[in-house]
Design a binder for this molecule. Structure first.
Ligand code: SRM
Ligand code: SF4
Length: 523
């Protein structure tokens, strides 16, 4: 089956408009939209179908679109970063205020750019392709950015380099960035992660397909997990498919799973359309045999789980690479936000000190690899490292936040700036023995992954003194890394204005924090 589906009486609005016109068909209409302007566009084209080419209409900033890239394994070159910086710069100048001209690193090791105008969409789309980038199929019922180990190929302790695998996956799913009608009409969004290290730095377990490195008879490959997802209605960690695949089978097995999902996935109710609902329906064995049918051969049984203990790393700081004499340096980007000047500077630093490569992490930070020992000190003295430090304060270091009310129409609260404000105050007041991972998300869609955090904060509306105010539900118990487990909600409806003292108590009681002395506060 390709994306031309038939309409049935049970179909929801999304299935109906997808059947009427495939999202990818919009590619041929970009020039037309640029000419007629955003106000004259058909609403379904503007608000939904444009997401098939990566442009998201933002009703919060009328007339402006967000551009979501695809950056497999979170790796891009300095010249690609410069292309993105030029796009951001155009809107910084045009709007005259920084709010719109910015880019965010996302929780899927990716970049989103704000403030795009419809007149520029055809040019930007083609410019990306000529720079070896693409934004195709990055939204709606498509496979999202493929995540992989951020230190793939440079980490001495990795089990397998994920770079080639994630690129091949993306090229297969998007037909080399042009758009692939085979996979442009899934029942719902779909996430794939490929872990290459033992510390699971991609939160593999919250993906619809996760590849976890494992040895079988001395050969490195992957055990496959399936069905992990978060939604407002239900959250589940991925479960074992009880299959092991050699590296060369990652693409065919992903393809087979996607085809089963595309052809048999539940489409009537969008709240029940993610892969796990289909696995429930077919039973794990039934689902597995469907995958084997599409693959055309039996899957191999899973390999024994690797029992070696491993601490989750955040990659911030200076680390030696497996290549003698080279280092990677992880920079902390507060709430993932970058402006054009930062991006130009990052491109320059990557070229002058490294090999011209820049990497992104799911914690919304970035890494510059391949810096020789001889250049390290000069690199560390660069002014950008004041803004994007290698040794941030412990709470800022592990802070993650979704977009929230500044740009997202689903948001129940403002997240990024509020999160940063509170965390800076807590860092100033508390001494912490180690970072505590605090994740903010503006609504139950959970883009900021509060369920994987030590402390998760999910936006909600609540009441204080009889008035409706912005609040959060508090999540605890999320574990990341090898023995990952999802956290759960422990307290509901805390007004945001009352949150700081609650967090302070929690950090003291559960995470070994103590109040700083007056002298410590000065340092
Ligand atoms: Fe998300 C929808 C932002 C990662 C679950 N997500 C949205 C939209 C597109 C809604 C919209 O149109 O406004 C948000 C765009 C806001 C904006 O202007 O930035 C949005 N999601 C994000 C990002 C940017 C959060 C961030 O600040 O980093 C992340 C982009 C990732 C990327 O590069 O592709 C992002 N979203 C996630 C994740 C985390 C992950 O993938 O690890 C999740 C939970 C995991 C999952 O999907 O299973 C997530 N987003 C959702 C959902 C709930 C899905 C569901 O099955 O119900 C929605 C709503 C929907 O799809 O209907 C959603
Ligand atoms: Fe928007 Fe909600 Fe996702 Fe935050 S969690 S980006 S508010 S959809």
């Amino acid at each position: 089956m390709t994306s031309t589906a038939t309409v049935t009486a049970t179909q929801n609005k999304f299935e109906k408009f997808k059947a009427e016109k495939d999202g990818l068909a919009i590619k041929a209409e970009l020039e037309h939209f640029a000419q007629i302007g955003w106000e004259a566009m058909d609403e379904i084209d503007r608000d939904y179908r444009l997401k098939w080419v990566g442009f998201f209409y933002r009703a919060v900033t009328p007339g402006k679109f967000m551009l979501r890239l695809r950056i497999p394994n979170g790796i891009l070159t300095a010249s690609q970063m410069r292309v993105l910086a030029e796009i951001v710069q155009r809107y910084t100048k045009a709007s005259g205020f920084q709010k719109e001209g910015n880019a965010d690193i996302t929780t899927r090791q990716n970049i989103q750019i704000r403030g795009i105008q419809i007149e520029d969409v055809p040019h930007i789309f083609n410019r990306l392709l000529s720079a070896g980038l693409t934004s195709v199929q990055s939204g709606m019922d498509n496979v999202r950015n493929i995540t992989g180990s951020p230190v793939a190929g440079i980490d001495a302790d990795e089990l397998i380099d994920t770079v080639g695998i994630t690129r091949n996956l993306q090229d297969t799913i998007t037909k080399n960035g042009e758009g692939n009608p085979e996979f442009s009409n899934l029942p719902r969004k779909f996430n794939i992660a490929v872990a290459g290290c033992r510390d699971n730095s991609v939160h593999a377990e919250i993906n619809d397909i996760a590849f976890i490195p494992a040895y079988k008879d001395g050969v490195i490959g992957f055990n496959v997990l399936v069905g992990g997802f978060f939604s407002a209605k239900r959250c589940d960690a991925a479960i074992p498919l009880h299959a092991w695949v050699p590296p060369e089978d990652v693409v065919p097995v992903s393809r087979a799973i996607l085809e089963v999902y595309r052809d048999s996935g539940l489409r009537a109710n969008r709240q029940k359309s993610r892969l796990m609902w289909l696995i429930d329906e077919l039973g794990l064995e039934g689902f597995r045999s469907q995958v084997e049918k599409y693959l055309g051969r039996p899957l191999q049984p899973e390999a024994e789980k690797d029992e070696i203990e491993w601490e989750k790393r955040d990659h911030i700081g200076v680390y030696r690479q497996k290549q003698h004499g080279l280092n990677y340096v992880g920079l902390h980007v507060p709430i993932g936000r970058m402006y054009a000047s930062d991006m130009f500077e990052l491109a320059r630093l990557a070229e002058v000190y490294g090999s011209g490569e820049i990497r992104l992490t799911v914690e919304q930070n970035l890494i510059i690899p391949n810096i020789p020992d001889t250049r390290l000190q000069a690199f560390l003295a660069e002014p950008l490292l004041q803004k994007f430090p290698i040794d941030p304060k412990p709470l800022q270091r592990a802070l993650v936040s979704c977009t929230g009310g500044e740009f997202c129409g689903f948001a129940l609260i403002e997240t990024k700036n509020r999160a940063l404000g509170i965390i800076k105050e807590l860092d100033a007041e508390l001494f912490l023995p180690k970072p505590v991972r605090i994740h903010w998300t503006g609504c139950p869609n959970s883009c900021g992954q509060p369920q994987v955090a030590d402390i998760g904060l999910m936006g909600t509306k609540t009441r204080k003194d009889g008035k409706a105010v912005e609040g959060v539900d508090l999540f605890m118990g999320g574990k990341v890394g090898k023995d990952a487990q999802l956290g759960s909600c422990v307290k509901k409806g805390i007004p945001c204005e009352d949150l700081k003292p609650i967090l302070q108590d929690l950090l003291i009681e559960k995470f070994g924090a103590r109040l700083k002395t007056e002298e410590e506060k000065q340092t």
